[in-house]
Design a protein around this ligand. Structure first.
Ligand SMILES: [Zn+2]
Length: 226
């Protein structure tokens, strides 16, 4: 499985929730991941900032709260991982075309929706509508994450619910595991809908090299380099 892991974490999902799903590599159903990029609160906060989920002001608010209450940091990490797995259960069957495969998928999807909904209603309870007459659009602004301790999972689950409601399914793809890909999910926004790999630099290149090797073996061509 070394073949389909990533040397470094790349932001390729096209949406924060798909990037969240992709913090495990390779991303397989029931598989044993080789690498998990979110194993501690400090990894979580750095990742959230890197993908643009939180700005520097949020960062220091979250970090300060977590530093004074490590149990809240652990709680936020747990909530995030639960949202991650629920999002994977909801989106992966759609991305791989397994959604129509049968009951098993439907059942796990049902409970995944329930888990998302529970987390989402808790996040909604920690959100506020703030009237803002100075804004160009809308009368008020929705501020998600009024409690710094849970700000990261709160924003992620609200984003997950938005994605469930708004994703264009034909854009949702998985890096093809059957062809040596890593299973990461992404939105294919290419004009002709031809994106196949999470990143050409990772799985795409490896697949190309592998294919070349297979072709050489098939034609009996041997080449020694060095
Ligand atoms: Zn990949």
């Amino acid at each position: 499985m070394t073949d389909s892991s990533h040397a470094e974490y790349r932001i390729v999902g096209g949406h924060p929730v798909l990037d969240l799903v992709n913090t495990v590599t390779p991303r397989l159903r029931g598989g044993d991941p080789e690498r998990d990029y979110l194993t501690s609160p400090s990894e979580l906060i750095a990742w959230a900032h890197r993908i643009g989920l939180i700005d520097l002001r949020d960062y220091s608010a979250v970090e300060g709260t977590w530093r004074s209450a490590p149990e809240l940091a652990a709680k936020a990490l747990n909530a995030t991982l639960e949202i991650r797995e629920a999002a994977y259960d909801v989106f992966a069957p759609r991305a791989t075309g397994a959604a129509v495969a049968g009951d098993g998928v439907k059942r796990s999807e049902g409970s995944a929706f329930e888990r998302l909904m529970l987390r989402w209603s808790a996040a909604a309870a920690r959100s506020m509508l703030i009237p803002d007459p100075g804004r160009d659009r809308g009368i008020a602004e929705l501020v998600v994450g009024t409690s710094p301790a849970q700000l990261i999972p709160d924003r992620l689950v609200v984003a997950a619910v938005e994605l469930v409601r708004g994703v264009e399914l034909r854009q949702l793809r998985a890096c093809p595991v059957a062809d040596g890909g890593c299973g990461w999910l992404f939105l294919d926004r290419s004009r002709n809908g031809s994106r196949r790999w999470c990143a050409m630099e990772d799985c795409g290149t490896r697949a190309k090299i592998r294919k070349l090797g297979e072709r050489r073996r098939a034609t009996g061509v041997q080449r020694f380099e060095g």
